[in-house]
Write a protein that binds this ligand. Sequence first.
Ligand code: GLP
Length: 262
Amino acid sequence: MEVIIQPCAAAAADLVARLLAARLRRTPALVLGLATGRTMEAVYARLIALHRDEQLDFSHCTTFNLDEYAGLAGDQPGSYRRYMQEHLFDHININTRRTHLPDGTAPDLAAECAAYEQRIEQSGGIDLQLLGIGASGHIGFNEPLSALMSRTREKALTPLTRAQNAFAFGGDPARTPARALTMGVGTILAAREIILLATGRAKAAIIAKAVEGPITAMISATALQLHPCCKVLVDADAATLLTETDYYRWIFDHEPEWAPFR
Ligand code: GLP
């Protein structure tokens, strides 16, 4: 794992977008794992700008989102399909048929989850997975005690997660769906490269646990410590409670891999 600390949220989102753009230019048929949430909005805005200003080409890439609410159709407000259309897909040259999210309205949700895993496999697996982190430490919707080898399945959402995501449902946690379909921790760990982005003071405590704490199913993000190619990008606010920041900064300043991005 590498931790990269940027001075502000905009700089952290910009670096995530530039990393992703570099991967996409190298491999036009990239298989991308995508995340939702407010943190990702700045990344998607940067990607749209790179498409507009530098002709970043999405026409050959395939995407798989981490999760979708159970019971919500893709055109309903609050659904992650709608979020993706509004924040990214409608503004770039991606082939919508190659953008995948679990279908929260499928008649058999277990079968839908198994089919989602199959679609990822048939696409050759995920090259680069983007992640945010929830207040409960979840990645995707892998709530506390999610098995660290889990695959895509239906999960109940914690009251904390429903409160955190209520902004998309008129601010009312009771109107926020109680269940979701999500890639498992094992699905996420199977990606070839992972980039987690967290910004703001509210994420500082959970980032410290995820990066420097012991691996535990209570905080699914701690499983990322097992991944051979995982980058955690944070702004100075989200880095406040990390203890080894001098070391992380030294690595970023000295590793040749980072030279084009410094
Ligand atoms: C939701 C998503 C997560 C995301 C989290 C963070 O719960 N399922 O994948 O990481 O939101 O949200 P935000 O970026 O709004 O803090």
